[in-house]
Design a protein around this ligand. Sequence first.
Ligand SMILES: [Zn+2]
Length: 233
Amino acid sequence: MIVLLFGPPGCGKGTQAASIAQRFRIPAISTGEMFRAECRAGTDLGRLACSILKSGGLVGDAIVDQIVAARIQQPDCASGFLLDGYPRTLEQAAFLDAMLQKRGLPKPIAILLDVPAQVLVSRITARRQCGLCGRIYNMLSQPPKLGEICDNDRTPLVRREDDTEEVILARLKAYRDATGPVIAYYRNGGCRRVDAAGTPAEIAREIERLLAGELGAARSTREASAPPLSCIS
Ligand SMILES: [Zn+2]
């Protein structure tokens, strides 16, 4: 099973990636994790990607594609994998399609975690942090026991400077501009939209139901292509 996970910043993608990985026993691979692994391994590609990132540049499609191609050939990807943060451009999507086809791998299942902008804004503006110990709270989902005061050390909580509606909406727009065409590309291939406005547990259940359905459908397609054992009139 090959899963591509898409979603705007603040949609809880990291949490869901970890949950899918655990439930379906496939590695959750993020672009950042891949770059770091290649850097550590000291491969030619890794060194190249590292030096580009250190100089503040964007790693180009060709390098990202090669790193992904190498990563998904590792033994832990034998029964599938989840990609988070890739493909990010139409060129990368076309490369991934061609590579999967060449290697005889199944078509990816693309999942978009969809959250209305207003829900993301209220989620993120509800974040508070303790200036002393750094503990993060959420006034909606994980509030402190007393008012806006840290449970650990009674320090008043503060909102982080970039957790404002304006910054969040700008981040969302940047995400939509960059990823919109890629999501549209997968929509033709049946990109699955998951309502991610609920709790992490609710979203995980919905994704699990969807992926289990996809696995069942793939299995019955294979069985249907085998000669029938009996006819039911
Ligand atoms: Zn504290």
